[in-house]
Design a protein around this ligand. Structure first.
Ligand SMILES: *[C@@H]1O[C@H](CO)[C@@H](O)[C@H](O)[C@H]1NC(C)=O
Ligand SMILES: *[C@@H]1O[C@H](CO)[C@@H](O)[C@H](O)[C@H]1NC(C)=O
Length: 424
């Protein structure tokens, strides 16, 4: 687990009225002052209702109705990026806000990712099968992964890998010199409330969503590859899956900084579909129907926001932005209304790209809007040139900033976009 840990050192600075800041380690030898992460975290009732995408630069502590002079001005000021105490520098983003987002997403959506430092991972390889055993707290969970190597991969010339669940288009990737790994996600955690499988044999009883369990499966598969497959370069790693498994791939990219490239396909809400603007596509996967249809994907806290999704202090663009500066490529099909491809393309992607651009990593977020429907396998060939660019530095002339037939971003959805902080 590579989530930054928090120093809970409250520095005694400022007047009695001002909130104390927390000192955290900066990138050099110094410390940086961060807005403290509210504890306990605010409930939906304590969070302001926001009809447009929340300002990603505003710390949770200041996501309040009184930040900009009272609830009547909240919409105008805070939603347009005029709230007080926004993050101002890239250093503050990486040391303060990015870790806060990862913590906030665990609190409100994913459940808390297990402490990997307490786990022991053992792996053996038999041909192309990896047998993985993870032990923590005296309990052990076991599952298997399979690998397929491209021709020519060797310990001297290791290949990058895409780890997938649910299947992908293998041949074009193998032909491009990219290895494929896959694990049976149902043996890590079934897509249901039944708490069986490797993850739950260790963590049963914890309020963690199944998307997080599957993300953990990706990471433990990478551990096993790193231990037993010298023909694979564990420093060039993609993660993918489609639909609910695309939501899981997004979580896998979020929770482990070893993931070089996150590749969510047709991922929808709890992936890169917006909670707000779910009516854009005309069909509308939203918090309400996803939580009632498959409540186990997320923790129980997300359920308290049912019918109050506009009180969530984040949206899908916040999840994407927290992956920066690591690479993210998004697949959406224009024939796929249910997951709101249009909302992902015209609202979420451009809002997240503003943050990537601000961080100087604008070419590390990409979208591919293709024809075809939900989980159409052609999505994998559509994104392949971008994958090759990330893994091999191969240039591509394909425009991965194009929204295709969706045209232009809906800028009214992110009114703070015209007020990004001056990056220093
Ligand atoms: C940190 O401190 C050490 C020892 O004083 C020094 O050698 C190093 O250059 C410093 N690094 C930075 C980034 O300031
Ligand atoms: C692979 O394992 C080595 C040795 O334990 C470790 O130093 C390295 O960080 C690991 N790499 C990845 C990508 O996990």
């Amino acid at each position: 687990m590579r989530i930054a840990s928090y120093g809970l050192l409250a520095a005694a600075v400022g007047s009695a009225a001002a909130l104390p800041l927390e000192s955290r380690q900066a990138s050099g030898n110094g410390t940086i002052q961060c807005a403290p992460i509210p504890s306990p975290p605010p409930t939906w009732q304590q969070l302001p209702q926001q009809s447009s995408l929340p300002d990603p630069f505003l710390p949770l502590r200041y996501t309040t109705t009184d930040n900009a002079g009272g609830s009547s001005t909240f919409a105008r000021d805070v939603m347009t990026g005029k709230g007080k105490n926004r993050v101002q520098t890239r250093e503050e983003w990486y040391q303060c806000r990015q870790p806060e987002i990862v913590r906030m997403l665990q609190e409100y959506q994913y459940g808390y990712y297990p402490d990997h430092s307490q786990e022991k991972v053992e792996a053996t390889r038999s041909g192309n099968t990896l047998n993985i055993a993870v032990t923590a707290g005296g309990k052990t969970g076991r599952f298997r992964a399979t690998i397929t190597l491209p021709s020519g991969a060797s310990a001297a010339k290791p290949a990058p890998v895409v780890i997938n669940i649910g299947g992908m288009q293998n041949q074009p990737y193998l032909g491009a010199g990219i290895a494929i790994a896959q694990f049976d996600y149902t043996s890590v955690a079934p897509d249901s409330n039944s708490k069986s499988g490797a993850f739950w044999s260790i963590y049963n009883g914890q309020d963690i969503g199944v998307l997080t369990a599957w993300a953990w499966g990706f990471h433990r598969t990478l551990d096993a590859i790193n231990m037993t497959v010298p023909e694979i370069d564990s420093n060039r790693v993609g993660v993918t899956g489609c639909s609910r498994l695309g939501k899981a791939a997004l979580a896998a990219g979020l929770f482990d900084s070893r993931i070089t490239l996150t590749m969510p396909m047709s991922s929808g809400v709890q992936g890169l579909g917006p909670y707000r603007y779910y009516t854009m596509s005309g069909q509308g996967e939203n918090l309400e129907n996803s939580k009632s249809g498959a409540g186990w994907w997320s923790n129980s806290k997300l359920g308290t926001f049912v019918n109050h999704a506009e009180n969530l202090p984040y949206d899908a663009h916040t999840i994407a932005a927290a992956i920066a500066p690591r690479a993210l490529v998004i697949d959406q099909g224009t024939g796929d209304q249910f997951v709101n491809s249009k909302g992902t393309a015209t609202v979420i992607y451009p809002a997240a790209k503003l943050v990537y651009d601000w961080l100087g990593a604008g070419d590390r977020i990409a979208i591919s809007v293709r024809s075809g429907g939900h989980c159409d396998m052609s999505g994998f060939t559509s994104i392949l040139p971008y994958v090759q660019k990330i893994f091999f530095g191969t240039p591509t002339t394909k425009d991965y900033n194009s929204l295709g037939t969706y045209g232009s971003p809906v800028t009214t959805a992110f009114p703070w976009g015209t007020a990004v902080p001056k990056a220093t």
